[in-house]
Design a protein around this ligand. Structure first.
Ligand SMILES: Nc1ncnc2c1ncn2[C@@H]1O[C@H](COP(=O)(O)OP(=O)(O)OP(=O)(O)O)[C@@H](O)[C@H]1O
Ligand SMILES: [Mg+2]
Length: 212
């Protein structure tokens, strides 16, 4: 369970009740090197942008994301449901192969659903997928780099980045996991049949264009 404050490059997270509900506050932090007004404008836009995608992932794609309780614009903060559980990154290594394969298939199905709804996550890693300890569901977070697109290229990059994350973080289970992810992806995405070829093409280029 997440107990302490998290601090990323762009934001800090802390746990605090909202009304009487356990909540996470994700606050975009000021960049002091930017002009103050411009900095606030960017943080405000990004906060709204991320909240919208968190909501769209749920409503348009049917992918589980935390409920948003409030968007505090002056504080550039998203206040959302606290998911009881942990990052998949910490949990996967302790699971047996069968469970890993089941979870990876479910990751693939969920990414496929996002893409089917034209939602690109933008930062697919096992740190940004939580496993709820209440009901064993996968919950996707961190849509700050996400965007809407219907381009196969963008789907490919999203999945390619997930593959890179698996290779670097879960090397020993990579092969089984990756096959399961692609299998799950094919079940739900309209581009299931083309995704592997696209990823290979992106990998062979040795670089990719990333929209921010
Ligand atoms: N609603 C939530 N409930 C429980 N834990 C959460 C929730 N949202 C985020 N977390 C935890 O906090 C971590 C950091 O959150 P998140 O990934 O959104 O921020 P970040 O990586 O710092 O984002 P950014 O890249 O936008 O700065 C997540 O990996 C996850 O472990
Ligand atoms: Mg993150």
């Amino acid at each position: 369970m997440l107990k302490e404050t998290f601090r990323g490059a762009e934001s800090k997270l802390y746990i605090k009740d909202w009304l009487d509900l356990p909540a996470i506050y994700k606050q975009r932090i000021a960049k002091t090197y930017r002009i103050k007004e411009l900095d606030f404008y960017f943080r405000k836009q990004r906060t709204i942008h991320e909240a919208k995608l968190l909501a769209k992932a749920k409503s348009l794609a049917g992918v589980k994301t935390p409920f948003i309780y409030e968007i505090d614009i002056p504080q550039t903060t998203i206040i959302m449901e606290l998911i009881e559980g942990d990052q998949l990154k910490n949990l996967l290594p302790s699971f047996k192969t069968k469970k890993i394969i089941d979870i990876c298939k479910e990751i693939g199905r969920n990414v496929g659903k996002l893409h089917h709804a034209n939602i690109i996550h933008g930062d697919l890693t096992t740190s940004n997928i939580l496993l709820s300890s209440k009901n064993n569901e996968l919950i996707f977070v961190d849509f700050g780099l996400g965007y809407i697109s219907d381009r196969l290229e963008d789907f490919g990059i999203d999945v390619y980045l997930l593959e890179r994350a698996f290779i670097s973080t879960h090397q020993d289970i990579y092969e089984d996991s990756w096959n399961a992810i692609i299998q799950g992806y094919k079940e739900t995405s309209q581009y299931g049949g083309q995704i592997e070829e696209k990823i290979r093409e992106i990998a062979s280029r040795g670089r990719y264009s990333k929209r921010v």
